[in-house]
Design a binder for this molecule. Structure first.
Ligand SMILES: Nc1nc2c(ncn2[C@@H]2O[C@H](COP(=O)(O)OP(=O)(O)OP(=O)(O)O)[C@@H](O)[C@H]2O)c(=O)[nH]1
Ligand SMILES: [Mg+2]
Length: 329
């Protein structure tokens, strides 16, 4: 699934309804008093966090949002009705920035709702101007404008498990096998240009574009996406056995993680040597695993066409994620 992680929308709260001028008409009196009602306030705009990670894609075509205008006051002492509030859904993890004021709203909890823009107040009808010295006021005021601005919305993906590694390591292939994702796979580097997401038994797994040396300083595509794995609970680090020196390949990525954010390097990590079907001699693979274990404690192997191995890895990841979640990290 394509994942859009940034978008700009124009959002407007409802304007207030106008106050009106009205007079009481009674058959026995020539001049009735003022009865023009106040206008209703315009609708507020709320933003709401929902568990729908690919939601921003919905806003690709629809970029303008407006809450309802308040209704004008009635001529017979009637207050105008409020404009309907507008609720806009964004994925959990969205950061919504008001481009004019630079104010930010963070949506981090499922179902959380925040008032983004206030509707304009309703105007005053002539009745409200009535006083002992002004018994037949002609005054009224228009409704005030509702808040309005361009908003920049970015989503910091909150996946439970992040797949990382050099380009072509088999990240997307694994994501597609572990989850319902249908990410594009290719026998060349940088097939993945944006993170893919998938759901494995309710746990969100994400791959990211391949990282290369210098990613933390912005080389390749990595930098933009490293922040997406910041909040994952577990990193799965894929290293292809095609690498001449798998440990060196592993170390390149570790350095990038540390350079980008030392905390990222502290996360629980599982290293997977991928494409093991390309190795004919089991002893060679064993040596590779042993070498890798000197660099990192948890190492496993995977040939993607081996369903039993995929299932084993999925079970292992879910077990780990439950463990990490319970330990409260
Ligand atoms: N032989 C073999 N090939 C594999 C295996 N897993 C993945 N591949 C192949 O490796 C190539 C790269 O796979 P991708 O899943 O696109 O790799 P990636 O890490 O997502 O690559 P980028 O998105 O470019 O960073 C594809 O041609 C896959 O078919 C495996 O277990 N064995
Ligand atoms: Mg990929």
């Amino acid at each position: 699934m394509a994942f859009i992680d940034e978008i700009t929308l124009h959002i407007k709260a409802g304007d207030g309804g106008n106050g009106v001028v009205g007079w009481l008409h009674e058959s026995n009196r020539e001049y009735g008093g003022p009865v023009g009602g106040d206008g209703g306030r315009g609708g507020h705009v709320y933003v709401r966090a929902v568990r729908a990670l690919n939601l921003l894609a919905r806003y690709k075509t629809e970029k303008n949002f407006a809450a309802e205008r308040g209704y004008d006051g009635g001529s017979k002492d009637l207050h105008g009705a409020k404009g309907k509030d507008l609720h806009i859904d964004f994925p959990i993890g969205s950061i919504i920035t008001n481009n004019e004021t630079s104010e930010k709203v963070y949506l981090s909890q499922d179902g959380e709702e925040v008032l983004l823009l206030k509707g304009g107040g309703g105007g005053r009808g002539n009745k409200s101007f009535k006083s002992p010295t002004n018994r037949r006021p002609e005054q009224w005021t228009p409704g005030r404008p509702g808040g309005e601005a361009d908003f920049f919305i970015e989503v910091e993906l909150i996946a439970d498990i992040g797949l990382i590694g050099l380009p072509n390591a088999g990240k997307t292939t694994l994501l597609n096998h572990l989850t319902n994702a249908k990410g594009k796979i290719g026998a060349y580097p940088f097939t993945t240009l944006e993170p893919n997401l998938g759901d494995a038994n309710g746990y969100i797994i994400s791959d990211i574009p391949g990282l290369i040396e210098g990613a933390a300083e912005g080389k390749g595509l990595g930098h933009k996406f490293l922040r997406h794995v910041r909040r994952t609970k577990i990193l799965v680090h894929l290293v292809s056995v095609e690498q001449e020196n798998p440990v060196a390949a592993y170390t390149i990525i570790r350095k990038e993680l540390e350079n980008f954010d030392p905390e990222l390097a502290q996360k629980k990590e599982i290293t997977v040597l991928t494409k093991t079907d390309l190795i004919e001699d089991p002893a060679v693979l064993e040596r590779m695993v042993a070498e890798m274990k000197k660099a990192t404690p948890v190492v496993t192997t995977l040939a993607i066409f081996d369903d039993a191995q995929v299932k084993e890895l999925r079970d292992m990841l879910i077990k780990e994620i439950v463990g990490v979640s319970q330990s409260g990290r």
